[in-house]
Design a protein around this ligand. Structure first.
Ligand code: ASP
Length: 371
């Protein structure tokens, strides 16, 4: 039987949490021995004892045989020393994950990252940009209910993520949750209670785990890429998000823009801001003139900010050099801005151009006429 090897990077998140003495969930160490090795759905102990226990592969776990694949899926869990609720993640946490994927790239056939759901959409986008070329399937997943609980969704999520990473050729960063696999740059957390916690409102899921698990190659960003991992492991942290709301003032804009190289402006509807209060617009224009890269993302869950504004309330932003984000999610726009601004070899104009160009399946620019 052919064996495939998957590295599972366990970073924390609800997947591996239990309540502490204050009654709140915190990440737990050693989930492999405390739970996963005991779950017959996730570990074939008989195979392990017969084929792995007395070999140099004893650190691997083995998925039980099933109808989804003829290959034997072996996986190793790399547990981080400091496990985190993903709300605590900063850019360095994703740089560490990206570096580990690069470090172990040649040793495994695919990668699964166990990640908290709160910032998984940010993480999936950031990893998508940092890993400039990846020729293996990388799946982020987690759980809404801890793996210690009988009703955990973690069992199915990690099982499907492992099967996808081992059997499907999807050379990009993805998120599996519930029953769907999403493109990393398109996904959003949409619920903190439902088992189907993620969605990809502007782009279809890459695959749905039905009675079978198969990706339609038409959904892929690349049908084939070199089997190598090219990593850009720098990110600009001088970026932030400003949401336009009716009580916005120039002082708020000034405070948020202070010291920033890039801002994602979450605007109304088609990319609109108040224009009757001229001082609002003037503040944004001043920042753009000072070379702050400002990107216009819609607050709507679904839809886009076009390169050709529909309303007078959207025109001024475009005229002063604010860059339309098209149908990027806010998370993807922030991740892309961090990535693009870290390319110090590029001029301001080249960075603007890159923001408008689809590089990881993150946007559809209808004015270019290609998907
Ligand atoms: N607060 C948790 C986290 O993001 C939520 C989860 O994993 O579902 O780590």
């Amino acid at each position: 039987m052919i064996e495939k090897r998957i590295l599972v990077i366990y970073t924390g998140g609800t997947f591996g949490m239990l309540k502490n003495e204050k009654g709140v969930l915190v990440p737990q160490k050693n989930i492999e021995h405390r739970v996963i090795r005991k779950l017959s759905q996730l570990h074939d102990n008989e195979y392990w004892e017969k084929r792995l226990a007395k070999t140099d592969r004893q650190e691997y776990l083995a998925l039980p045989d099933g109808k989804d694949t003829d290959v034997k899926v072996l996986y190793k869990i790399l547990e981080y020393d400091e496990l985190k609720d993903s709300s605590d993640f900063m850019t360095d946490d994703w740089i560490k994950i990206a570096r580990d994927i690069k470090k172990y790239y040649m040793d495994y056939d695919g990668f699964v990252v166990l990640h908290g759901t709160d910032t998984m959409a940010y993480g999936a986008s950031i990893l998508s940009f940092m890993l400039e070329t990846v020729g293996k399937t990388v799946v982020l997943t987690g759980a809404q209910v801890p793996i210690f609980q009988p009703r955990s969704d973690g069992n199915n999520n990690i099982l499907c993520a492992l099967l996808i990473a081992a059997t499907q050729y999807i050379p990009e960063i993805t998120v599996f949750f519930g029953c769907k696999l999403f493109r990393g740059t398109r996904v959003k957390k949409v619920s903190n209670t439902r088992i189907y916690a993620f969605d990809s409102p502007n782009f279809p899921a890459l695959l749905e785990a039905k009675t079978t698990i198969d990706v339609d190659p038409k959904m892929l960003l690349h049908v084939s890429v070199p089997n190598e991992c090219i990593l850009h492991d720098r990110l600009c942290t001088k970026i932030y998000l400003l949401k336009v709301t009716p009580t916005i003032t120039p002082a708020i804009i000034r405070a948020v823009f202070e010291g920033m190289e890039g801002i994602v402006l979450e605007t109304y509807g088609n990319g609109n801001i108040p224009i009757k209060r001229k001082e609002i617009y003037a503040e944004i224009e001043r920042a753009v003139k000072n070379n702050v890269l400002v990107v216009n993302v819609t607050q709507c869950v679904n839809g886009m900010v076009h390169g050709k504004p529909l309303y007078e309330t959207g025109l001024l932003l475009l005229e002063c050099g604010v860059v339309p984000a098209y149908d990027m999610t806010s998370e993807a726009a922030q991740a892309k801005l961090s990535y693009v601004l870290s390319k110090t070899e590029l001029s301001y104009a080249e960075k603007v151009e890159l923001m408008k160009t689809n590089i990881r399946g993150e946007l559809h620019n209808p004015h270019l006429g290609v998907k």
